[in-house]
Design a protein around this ligand. Structure first.
Ligand SMILES: [Zn+2]
Length: 302
């Protein structure tokens, strides 16, 4: 399912509890409902309301034949045990992630028509989901590192023949675990020290690092196995050596910024954009560009 991108496309999901739940299911389980216990999809079936039953039935209830466990898409996520409708959760996720300057509990409360207490609770749970999983453990295996520059208008200084685009834009680094998680954040400057700190903080020492030929990486990898392609010599892939996954992430990120943020200035708004765009690449969030997880949809494995 191609997930919707903007407010008007998301409209139907914001208004219909069933659609909202199915959207969350498609995000959490791109390959079909999966038992949180057995991690199986083949053993899972939907519990439909019996025709002669007088009970109202519970929409979205699933059951695993193997472990006999009943669950729904919210089981093991930050949405579990909440009486707040899924439609309101989706709206809150959109508002929080799409607001450049953040969203206060008061504003959520007014915009969603919920009590202040409920809005405060949602804000906290969502921010928790956005921050914890992402930085819980270091990236491992093969990790692609790449840097790009985003945002900022390029202006010619008086009499200047060229603009220094590096000064106008914010450098952003992405660390992408092949087949796994992504971490991206803005940096003040791209140097061996700043890259080295990012790698030390987020990448295991036994990971294999792939990058382009930027000299700073040689020192920044700090003894980790490192392979680089030579973009200057038009070498982008050499067997297993490439940083195409990280470059792909950047192109999604830039499209996301155009679609949702319109522009990203130097500084904090770039981090806001980043924080809602890091996560795992395995599934997708409703913004399509954000490789999920900020919504807590995959907080529990399964
Ligand atoms: Zn099971």
């Amino acid at each position: 399912m191609d997930t919707p991108l903007n407010w008007s496309e998301l409209g139907p999901y914001f208004a219909d509890e069933n659609k909202a739940r199915l959207l969350l299911e498609s995000m959490r389980w791109p390959n079909g409902p999966t038992c949180p216990q057995c991690k199986q999809t083949a053993t899972v079936y939907r519990m439909l309301k019996m025709a002669d039953s007088k009970k109202p039935g519970r929409p979205g209830l699933l059951r695993c034949r193997a472990c006999k466990r009943q669950f729904t898409v919210t089981t093991g996520t930050v949405f579990e045990d909440s009486h707040i409708p899924m439609t309101k959760w989706l709206q809150a996720i959109y508002l929080i992630t799409a607001s450049k300057k953040g969203m206060s509990a008061h504003q959520l409360h007014r915009m969603l028509g919920l009590t202040y207490k409920a809005a405060w609770f949602m804000g906290h749970r969502l921010r928790y989901a956005m921050s914890t999983d992402l930085f819980a453990s270091k990236l491992s295996g093969t990790v692609e590192v790449d840097e790009t520059y985003i945002g900022g208008k390029m202006r010619f200084a008086d009499g200047a023949k060229s603009v220094d685009w590096r000064k106008a834009k914010t450098p952003v680094i992405a660390l992408v675990e092949r087949g796994g998680r992504v971490r991206a954040f803005p940096m003040e400057r791209v140097t061996a020290e700043t890259l080295g700190k990012a790698i030390a903080d987020h990448v295991e020492t036994d990971a294999v690092i792939m990058s382009d030929e930027l000299n700073a990486y040689t020192k920044a990898v700090d003894g980790r196995e490192h392979h680089a392609t030579n973009h200057g010599a038009r070498e982008y892939v050499r067997g297993n050596v490439h940083s195409n996954t990280a470059e792909g992430f950047f192109s999604l990120l830039k499209r996301g910024i155009n679609g949702i943020y319109h522009h990203v200035g130097k500084g904090t708004s770039a981090s806001t954009a980043m924080s809602s765009r890091s996560g795992t690449t395995r599934a997708r969030c409703p913004m399509r560009t954000a490789p999920n997880c900020w919504c807590g949809a995959r907080k529990a494995s399964g």
